[in-house]
Design a protein around this ligand. Sequence first.
Ligand SMILES: Cc1cc2nc3c(=O)[nH]c(=O)nc-3n(C[C@H](O)[C@H](O)[C@H](O)COP(=O)(O)OP(=O)(O)OC[C@H]3O[C@@H](n4cnc5c(N)ncnc54)[C@H](O)[C@@H]3O)c2cc1C
Ligand code: FES
Length: 293
Amino acid sequence: MSKLHADYYADSMHQISASLERNDQIGEGTYLIRVAAEPLAKALVPGQFVMVRLAGTNAPLIGRALAVYDVVSDASGNPVWIDLVYLKKGSFTTALAESPLGTQITLWGPLGNGFANRPCDRLIMVSGGIGQTPMLLLGKEATGLQDFGDETRKNGWAPAVEFIYGARRSSLLAGVSDFEKAGFRVTLCTDDGSQGQQKLVPDVLRARLAELAGSGETIRVATCGPEIMMEKVAEACLAVDVDCQVSMETPMACGIGICFSCVAQVRQDGPEEWDYKRTCVEGPIFDADQICW
Ligand SMILES: Cc1cc2nc3c(=O)[nH]c(=O)nc-3n(C[C@H](O)[C@H](O)[C@H](O)COP(=O)(O)OP(=O)(O)OC[C@H]3O[C@@H](n4cnc5c(N)ncnc54)[C@H](O)[C@@H]3O)c2cc1C
Ligand code: FES
């Protein structure tokens, strides 16, 4: 059954009701929730997402897509919990931020394609705003800290992993210590200079790629954040022929390929040939040079 058809997800995804075991503020307007979701925790790969809604309410009725931030195992190493990180923004995330521990939520997934695990010498993960959320798992898989999905998906495919992360101000940088604990080289930047370099994320990446030029290393970039930032990151990579994947965050309604609310313009065979692709099933991860920005 094709992964591009809704019946694949309808038949293979897990739908889980779980209660909030954590809902902690980890940055300005930014929260981390933890739920027990063992079948999801066992099946997912980095870059995939889940659809989430608050059970028993119709405000909002439609679920929201959230990238899986972390997978947490029990004492015997069995993956049991998933962590999701969200920025309080509109109707769903405001209601979620106000939900006490024990609140029931409904999740379905894992959805989407996930990042490719193409071997390289160095993976540079580049995030802006709330775009750090799919990167922790990707970095853990790349360095071999954690396995995901089935045994056909190998970990340890990039010995060096870096994380370039920017936000408007220091208080919006959330989860930095998780990336530091995982052993990644972390470079921070803020628009107002309140933490790290006072530069925009694509400029920090451009400078790092220039530093690494001539090292002989094969470098890959993975990026997530505001679309204009990803476009500039993609340009910086294209200019020096570095492979780049982007995680698109177009608004989604069904998450499984039915409604076409999530489409993005994606190149087909040549630079002038493009078609609308559903980012929920054909993405959310795309090679950056495929996207018509
Ligand atoms: C694959 C994928 C992964 C994602 N991962 C994450 C993640 O890990 N963390 C995360 O925080 N988000 C993530 N998102 C975004 C997430 O799905 C939601 O879109 C986001 O959380 C906002 O949902 P909301 O209900 O709070 O806001 P909504 O109510 O849907 O509002 C969204 C925006 O529209 C504005 N808005 C709402 N109503 C109106 C109106 N009537 N008129 C004008 N403006 C309006 C709001 O102010 C807000 O800026 C992801 C999206 C995708 C597609
Ligand atoms: S969200 Fe419905 S088709 Fe993608």
